[in-house]
Design a protein around this ligand. Structure first.
Ligand code: NAD
Ligand code: TYD
Length: 337
């Protein structure tokens, strides 16, 4: 297949490109605006393979999207491009609505108009809202009750995708995944922030009481699920991907501190996030039975490997901290679309 991957220079997108190169014969184009979250260093040698090329452009820009769609006849789109950080969406939601809602609309219309046969829309468990302590994990038919502006913008994009399935009969699959962790994650998100701060003996801020629970999934398990959804997903269906491994934030922070032999005194409770979702958990039996998907990475092994990755990639961390990574595109690629 020839695949257009939006947001492929971000955390999950870059891991996905690497996964595709290592495990399939697919080829494609990464289409990414390179916002603060996009980093061409994440794609490392992937672009030397000639199986993937990179085009800089925004999913909100119809003209750029049309031009890239006209470059080659894509069999599929995997749409990951989004604004993704809840805290940023609380400070200002405009960009979230623009990229996540309008950007998805542009991608859907362009896929429809260019005869793309399969569209995988990468969504999140956050669209369901949060669970009480004793509630059953979310199934795919749970109503969408987003809490944050980020989650609301993703829920809106899911609704648009579902409207295109019904109205235009386009072949879309929606995936809703739990919190990912692994290499190349921007250190504004919880796990890489804790690791990078602990490496430098800086404070590890825990929001509120730290008892909020998340279902942590290694990014490789997510990438494998996305490929299965692409290849085996039933048109119009939604698939949850969750590890089934729930942990509270304070448990994760303590586990990281212990594995890194850092001081537990670095952990500091700070003011809670407004509207903070208490608990996410996903029922993933549909992905297991229909796609043959299983989460494979054990959380302790996954965290250990992630700590090692950040320790061995101090240049990547440093480039992110100094902003140097944002100059990479100008130095390496000049053929803006
Ligand atoms: P990320 O923030 O690391 O990367 C987002 C990428 O999208 C960046 O490369 C950025 O440059 C690009 N982008 C942003 N705006 C764009 C635009 N207008 N046009 C083109 N590209 C643009 O995000 P991530 O964590 O890799 O998440 C990828 C997708 O997976 C998102 O749709 C997110 O909602 C979803 N998701 C993430 C998680 C998670 O835990 N990280 C969990 C479930 C679902
Ligand atoms: P985050 O990585 O932002 O993902 P999400 O909000 O999408 O689940 O946060 C994961 C959890 O960690 C969430 O409950 C908020 C919490 N958190 C902290 O306690 N401290 C922090 O500095 C950050 C960034 C998050």
């Amino acid at each position: 297949m020839k695949i257009l991957i939006t947001g492929g220079a971000g955390f999950i997108g870059s891991n996905l490109v690497r996964w595709i190169l290592d495990n399939t014969q697919h080829t494609g184009v990464v289409f990414d605006a390179l916002t603060y979250a996009g980093n061409l260093e994440n794609l490392g040698g992937c672009l030397d393979s000639h199986r993937f090329t990179f085009v800089r452009g925004s999913v909100t820009d119809r003209e750029s999207v049309s031009r890239v769609m006209a470059l080659q006849r894509f069999d599929a789109v995997i749409h990951l491009a989004a604004e993704t950080h809840v805290d940023r969406s609380i400070i200002s939601a405009d960009q979230f609505v623009s990229t996540n809602v309008m950007g998805t609309l542009v991608m859907l219309e362009s896929a429809r108009d260019n005869g793309v046969t399969r569209f995988v829309h990468v969504s999140t468990d956050e669209v369901y809202g949060d669970l009480g302590e004793f509630d059953f994990p979310f199934t795919e038919s749970h109503p969408l009750r987003p809490s944050s502006p980020y989650a609301a913008s993703k829920a809106a994009s899911d609704h648009l995708v579902q409207s295109f399935i019904r109205t235009f009969n386009i072949d879309c699959v929606i995936t809703r995944c739990s919190n990912n962790y692994g290499p190349f994650q921007f250190p504004e998100k919880f796990i890489p922030l804790m690791i990078v701060n602990a490496m430098e003996a800086r404070t590890l801020p825990i929001y509120g009481d730290g008892k909020q629970r998340r279902d942590w999934l290694h990014v490789n398990d997510h990438c494998r699920g996305l490929l299965l959804a692409l290849e085996r997903g039933m048109p119009g269906e939604v698939y949850n991907f969750g590890s089934g491994h729930e942990a509270s934030n304070i448990e994760i922070a303590q586990s990281l501190v212990a594995q890194m032999a850092a001081s537990a005194e670095l952990i500091k409770y700070v003011a809670d996030r407004p509207g903070h979702d208490r608990r996410y958990a996903l029922n993933n039996s549909k992905a297991k039975s229909q796609l043959g998907w299983e989460p494979e990475v054990d959380i302790e092994d996954g965290l250990r490997a992630t700590i090692s990755w950040y320790s061995e990639h101090s240049k990547w961390c440093n480039n992110v901290r100094t902003g140097e990574y944002r100059l990479y595109y100008e130095r390496q690629y000049h053929e803006e679309l």
